[in-house]
Design a protein around this ligand. Structure first.
Ligand SMILES: CC(C)(COP(=O)(O)OP(=O)(O)OC[C@H]1O[C@@H](n2cnc3c(N)ncnc32)[C@H](O)[C@@H]1OP(=O)(O)O)[C@@H](O)C(=O)NCCC(=O)NCCS
Length: 207
């Protein structure tokens, strides 16, 4: 995939994410840039079906392998590349999981790209509205800091929690992508969700 415009490197500047929104009584969800101290837990999430969730688990991987890959990428660009990026989800400042984006391409023109986002929360933080709030924050962050005209997310057709979280974060269901993911020795269908800049701006005017 060719690289996206340079401005996309500036998803987070100076290690700071400014948006913070409440997600239920007494629970404050935030996003911030990845720091070196986060890398061991992020590696554990990647290597564990339980910690990362069954739909994020690509197959057996040792923590050491995940750690090596994350440390190499963190050392190269702080996990803020021109075609992908990672951020930490916090609850009251505590590490709760991570969100990330990668480039999806829809046509040959340089403009025909958009961020495709994903998320993994640690099990103890799921089911409390954090996934919806974190993805809503991430959408605002990406629209505020990049020229993206749309943001998309896809998830396994069986992953009801993520589908509901995406809708609560402002995404619309756009269709079924058949036979796209190889997991557990078989092909799986995904559901594609998207939010356009116009959708997002109309929600900003209402709030
Ligand atoms: C998917 C995930 C991000 C959702 O975040 P969350 O904080 O758990 O979800 P929320 O509390 O915001 O709930 C969102 C909606 O899903 C529903 N929900 C939560 N867990 C559910 C479950 N296990 N089954 C069905 N629905 C569920 C909630 O009831 C809520 O819907 P409602 O308000 O309309 O009733 C989180 O569960 C997670 O990290 N899971 C593991 C990793 C993963 O699957 N990531 C996505 C891969 S593409």
């Amino acid at each position: 995939m060719s690289s996206v415009p340079q401005i996309w490197r500036a998803v987070v500047q100076n290690g700071a994410m400014s948006d913070v929104s409440p997600a239920g009584p007494g629970l404050t969800v935030g996003l911030r840039a990845v720091e070196a101290r986060d890398i061991p837990m992020m590696a554990e999430i990647r290597a564990s079906r339980e910690l990362g969730g069954q739909f994020n688990f690509a197959g057996p991987m040792t923590v050491a392998t995940a750690l090596e890959d994350l440390e190499r990428r963190f050392g190269a660009d702080g996990l803020q590349g021109s075609t992908s990026g990672q951020f930490v989800v916090t609850i009251d400042g505590t590490f709760a999981g991570d969100v990330g984006w990668r480039t999806a391409r829809w046509g040959p023109s340089p403009q025909s790209v958009c961020p495709a986002i994903g998320i993994a929360l640690l099990p103890q933080f799921r089911g409390r509205g954090v996934g919806s709030a974190a993805q809503r924050l991430f959408v605002s962050h990406l629209f505020n800091r990049t020229p993206a005209n749309r943001i998309q997310a896809d998830t396994a057709i069986e992953n009801i929690a993520e589908q509901r979280a995406l809708v609560k974060a402002g995404f619309l269901q756009e269709g079924i992508v058949r036979g796209c993911e190889w997991r557990n020795d078989e092909w799986h269908d995904h559901v594609l969700y998207g939010i356009t800049r116009a959708d997002w701006e109309s929600t900003q005017q209402r709030t």
